[in-house]
Design a protein around this ligand. Structure first.
Ligand code: DQA
Length: 145
């Protein structure tokens, strides 16, 4: 099964960006760790995509229609603002898990709201890079049923 891993704005700055909140790994480090973790599931093929632009993320989700079995998305700041990304997930109807490095419920008020979560089968937060591992396990379990 093909799984698309989407990372939103400023996640290309991981490693430099607020390491006390997001950890010291770069996005590339996290992707490599996730690739390694995915080998436990023989039937998974990962594709990675990162963009700082809302419309590009919408395009990528639309292009996944009938090509991708599941999506893991860290929408970053778009979590709290983007009806367009939420609508794109609904439109393609691909099982999606929302992940966050930090615990968005334990930070500023504005981070508590997610427009994306209601469109997802699960939301994983606060486990650092292991949020992606948990997201992949949840998605795999869901898809193999
Ligand atoms: C984040 C949390 C968001 O609130 C923030 O805007 C991010 C990263 C996380 O992974 O913890 O860019 O999605």
């Amino acid at each position: 099964m093909k799984i698309l891993v989407i990372n939103g704005p400023n996640l290309n700055m991981l490693g430099i960006r607020e390491p006390e909140i997001y950890g010291s790994l770069t996005l590339n480090d996290i992707q490599e760790k996730l690739l390694e973790f995915s080998k436990d599931f023989e039937d998974i093929e990962l594709e990675f995509y990162q963009s700082n632009h809302e419309g590009d993320i919408v395009d990528k989700i639309q292009e996944s229609y009938e090509k991708i079995s599941g999506i893991i998305i860290n929408p970053a700041a778009y979590t709290h603002t983007s009806i367009a990304i939420a609508d794109a997930i609904s439109a393609v109807n691909i099982p999606t898990v929302e992940v966050h490095l930090s615990d968005i419920n334990e930070r500023e008020e504005f981070r508590k709201q997610s427009y994306i979560a209601p469109k997802c089968i699960a939301q994983v937060k606060g486990l650092g890079y292991k949020s992606y591992f948990e997201g992949l396990s949840i998605l795999h379990n869901y898809l193999k049923k």
